[in-house]
Design a protein around this ligand. Structure first.
Ligand SMILES: [Mn+2]
Length: 260
């Protein structure tokens, strides 16, 4: 099935966990020490039995080998912080569109478990489909073509063979281009998931609920009388008030927890 990543966990049987948190779109970067501390505090204090991070934990990721380079402080600090918090409870990670190059090297150093996009979570009497969400933004044809290219083995092998400094400047250029494109869009043109494609996925994987991030518009969208999607919040400590939520599944009920 071409929508499944080739590595990672595809199905999680978690019937013993009665409290699970879902977060995404933290966007850690070199400028975000307060955000890192906020994430660390949340991960220490949450009552969840397991935490699922559904993509864009970091603003940018250019390859796991950056962890061996002293210049990449935030990346190394992030892996170290997660190493501690993942000892408290199982913590899962699914790559997003910013950090899709995170691989087993980061998993080994952070103690996280890598998930496929999408993957199925069976818990509390539900079958839930988890995704970052960008694969379902089907109406943005340019983005889908870009996504297909950068997720190909050929592109990744070529990119990862470049020196870190060259990768960093290429990635920053791509990021600037994407920001330029975003700034030319009106609010209604921002990335949104395609409802028929969401329904297709839910039916194909026999799930009733899709949980995803990426669009930064936290709310529940009913898709049919029996199917729905729940969108996660992004995190921003510089916003006023600070923004950051975990979506919590507690005894079969969903609730949103403010983390700041
Ligand atoms: Mn995203």
């Amino acid at each position: 099935m071409n929508s499944l990543a080739s590595i990672g966990i595809e199905h999680i049987d978690a019937r013993e966990w009665s409290c699970i948190d879902f977060i995404s779109d933290i966007h850690l970067s070199a400028q975000s020490h307060d955000l890192m501390r906020g994430l660390e505090t949340y991960l220490k204090r949450t009552e969840a039995h397991a935490v699922f991070i559904l993509g864009d934990l970091l603003e940018l990721w250019i390859g796991d080998d950056c962890l061996g380079d002293a210049h990449f402080e935030i990346e190394r600090a992030c892996a170290q912080m997660l190493k501690h918090s993942s000892q408290l409870r199982p913590t899962y990670f699914m790559p997003g569109n910013r950090d899709f190059l995170i691989g087993q090297g980061f998993m080994d150093q952070s103690g996280l478990s890598l998930l496929c996009d999408p993957c199925i979570l069976e818990t509390q009497g539900k079958r839930i489909l988890l995704s970052h969400g960008d694969a379902l933004c089907k109406s943005d044809l340019d983005y889908q073509a870009f996504r297909q290219e950068v997720r190909s083995k050929d592109w990744q092998n070529h990119f990862l063979a470049l020196p870190l400094s060259e990768r960093l400047s290429l990635a920053q250029k791509m990021r600037a281009q994407s920001q330029l494109k975003q700034s030319s869009l009106s609010q209604k043109d921002y990335a949104e998931l395609d409802a028929p494609s969401c329904i297709d996925w839910l039916e194909q994987f026999n799930c009733e609920l899709l949980i995803h991030g990426h669009t930064h518009r936290p709310m529940r969208h009913p898709l049919t009388p029996t199917l729905a999607r729940e969108v996660l919040s992004d995190w921003d400590v510089n916003a006023s008030p600070k923004r950051g939520q975990a979506l919590r599944l507690l005894d079969g009920q969903l609730q949103r927890i403010e983390v700041f």
